[in-house]
Design a binder for this molecule. Structure first.
Ligand SMILES: Cc1cc2nc3c(=O)[nH]c(=O)nc-3n(C[C@H](O)[C@H](O)[C@H](O)COP(=O)(O)O)c2cc1C
Length: 327
C-alpha cells in the first residue's frame, strides 16, 4: 500500500514536517510504502484558469505538478500537512490544491470514475501559533473539498494550536502519539489485502484494464498492480477510450516492467495474459493464465470485447457482482 504525504511548510524541519514525518514513519513501520513530497520546495505554479482541464481533461502547465497527479492517483492514503498562514494553508500548498482542478474536471465535468476513489482516504495535519477559536476552520473546509476533487474520503484532521517556534510540536504533550495512533488506524485496514499482480506484454491494454476493474470492484479487499514483460511507452489510447465508455478513468497510468513494479512486494497471485515467462521470477506464487487475445493494433470493437471479457473474469475472480457504476 502507498501513503502520500504533502508537506506544505516552507520551514525546513518545521512543526508540520515533524508531524508528517512521524505519521509516515509509523506507516512504514507497519509495512506501507510512503513518500513525503516537499510541496513547499516544488515548482508548482498557481492555476491560470485557462479552462483546458475542463475542455480536455488535463492541465497544460508543465511544472512539478505533473509528477504529483499520478502520485495522487496511486495513493491509498493522502495526508495533507500544512501550517496555518493567515487562516489558510500556505501559498505553496494552495497552488497544489488549485491545480487539482484537473482531477476535479475528470470527475465532475467528464463524469469519469477513478477506480481508486471508493477506497482512498484523506487526512489533514495542521499547526498554528495562536489560540483562535476558528483557527483551522478554513483549512479543514479546503481540505474536504480538495480530497473530494482528488478522489479521497475525508477522514478528519489532527490540528494543534499555540505551536509557533520551529520545535514547539515536540514539546506538545500528546501530538506525536496521536499522530502515530492515527497512522495505525488509517493504515491497518489496507494492510491485509490480498495482492494480485496482473501481467501482459506491453502493460498497455489487458493488464491495465484488469487492474483497474479489480481496484474498482475490490480495492478494499485486494491490492493490485500491473506490469508487462516488454512495457510500451504509454498506455493504449483506444484502451482509454473503451474504459471511458464504462465511465472508468485511466488517466495518469504508465506502463511498467515487472522490476519497476517491485515496490508492490511479493504478490499472492499472478494473473497472466500472454506473459507466462514472468512466473519464474516469483517462485512459489500461485498463478493463473487468462487466455485473452492482445487487442493492441486492433479495432475499438475488438478492444470493447476484450474489455468486457476482462471485466467478467475480474468480477468472478474477486467474487463480486458487477455493480452499476455511478459515472
Ligand atoms: C506568513 C505567516 C502567516 C501566519 N499566519 C498565522 C495565522 O493566521 N494564525 C496562526 O495561528 N499562526 C500563523 N502563523 C504562524 C505559523 O502557523 C506557526 O509558526 C507554525 O508553527 C509554523 O509551522 P511550521 O514550523 O510547520 O512552518 C503564520 C506564520 C507565517 C510565517
Amino acid at each position: 500500500m502507498f501513503v502520500l504525504g504533502l508537506q506544505g511548510s516552507p520551514r525546513i524541519k518545521g512543526n508540520t514536517n515533524i508531524l508528517l514525518s512521524s505519521f509516515l514513519a509509523e506507516a512504514e513501520r507497519l509495512g506501507a510504502n510512503t513518500q513525503n513530497l516537499d510541496v513547499a520546495r516544488m515548482n508548482i505554479s498557481p492555476c491560470q484558469e485557462c479552462g483546458t482541464c475542463e475542455k480536455k481533461g488535463f492541465c497544460p502547465i508543465d511544472d512539478d505538478m505533473q509528477q504529483v497527479y499520478p502520485l495522487l492517483r496511486q495513493a491509498d492514503i493522502i495526508v495533507m500537512a500544512t501550517p496555518i498562514f493567515f487562516y489558510g494553508p500556505t501559498a505553496q500548498m494552495k497552488a497544489l490544491i488549485d491545480r487539482s482542478q484537473a482531477l476535479w474536471s475528470l470527475r465532475y465535468v467528464f463524469r469519469l470514475m477513478d477506480p481508486g476513489r471508493k477506497w482512498r482516504q484523506g487526512f489533514l495535519l495542521s499547526v498554528g501559533a495562536t489560540k483562535g477559536r476558528n483557527l483551522f476552520e478554513g483549512t479543514v473546509l479546503m481540505a474536504k473539498y480538495f480530497f473530494d476533487a482528488v478522489g479521497a474520503s475525508f477522514d478528519g484532521a489532527l490540528t494543534y494550536k499555540q505551536i509557533e517556534g520551529p520545535n514547539d510540536i515536540k514539546k506538545h504533550p500528546t501530538a506525536l502519539d496521536e499522530v502515530k495512533e492515527k497512522a495505525q488506524a488509517l493504515v491497518t485496514p489496507f494492510l491485509n489485502r490480498k495482492k494480485i499482480l496482473f501481467v501482459c506484454t506491453g502493460n498497455t491494454c489487458r493488464s491495465q484494464m484488469a487492474s483497474a476493474f479489480a481496484q474498482y470492484y475490490g480495492g478494499d479487499k485486494i491490492e493490485v498492480e500491473s506490469a508487462g514483460s516488454a512495457p510500451a511507452k504509454e498506455v493504449n489510447p483506444l484502451m482509454k477510450e473503451a474504459m471511458k465508455e464504462k465511465s472508468i478513468d485511466m488517466a495518469y497510468r504508465e506502463p511498467k516492467s515487472v522490476e519497476e513494479a517491485a515496490p508492490f512486494g511479493k504478490p499472492d497471485l499472478i494473473v497472466s495474459m500472454g506473459c507466462k515467462d514472468v512466473y519464474p521470477q516469483f517462485p512459489g506464487v500461485p498463478n493463473e493464465e487468462w487466455n485473452v487475445p492482445d487487442p493492441f493494433g486492433k479495432s475499438i470493437e475488438f478492444m470493447r470485447e476484450i474489455r468486457d471479457d476482462i471485466e467478467e473474469r475480474v468480477s468472478s475472480l474477486i467474487g463480486v457482482e458487477k455493480k452499476k457504476r455511478g459515472g
